[in-house]
Design a protein. Sequence first.
Length: 250
Amino acid sequence: MSKRAVRILLVVVVILGGLFVAADRLAVNFVENEAAEKLRTSEGLSEAPEVSIQGFPFLTQVAGGELDDVEIGIKDYDARSGSDSIRIADLTAHMKGVKFSGDYSSATAATATGTAHVSYDELLKAGKSEPVSLPLGATGKVVGLSDGGNGKIKVEVEVSKGGAKLPKPVHVLSSLRVEGDTIKVHADEIPKKLEILGVAVPLPEGMVRDVTDFEQRIDDLPAGIKLEKVEAAPDGVDMTVTGSDVSLTG
């Protein structure tokens, strides 16, 4: 083969390769948009999520009936919490081993891992909405949550007597844990006494925990992923989510 023929062949290969890459990218962009719209509809989202299909070539993966890696990002998601809702921000899930149904109407991921975030204001909604009784006719109510450092939440309790607030709120450091689909906030230590109108009043632990300890249930994370871990952060709670045989669409 002459040098000129070799050059011509190389040019043809480059052009064909470029066309294949272009077709591959067009195809993956189309599928990403379609999947995002299906998720928006199936999950009742106000906006379509971000869907990113990783790996190249995409068309070869489709021909094999399985995608290696799919990333889904939802900016805001209103999950159920009993009869109420809780706003979950920045939910991101990485799906591995995504297989299609025979007619491509649905897809299931073998495994999923991801992260999400709940602000302290949202978590505070789960605190006791009504004041809880304390000794000497006083009442206590959680009015603030903030970062307590070292993975703890600082819980601020407002104490009132006869409708008047005591000058200083009570603060306790609390730990977070996950039990099933529920985030639980549990005070590490509680005050043994409280000064009410100049009188140091002993505080029964059970009564105080009725004020300080609370939980937030999250019923319906998208696509069936579940809570795995929670950790206090500067502006809220960071969550780790996980799942297996996770439905993406359909």
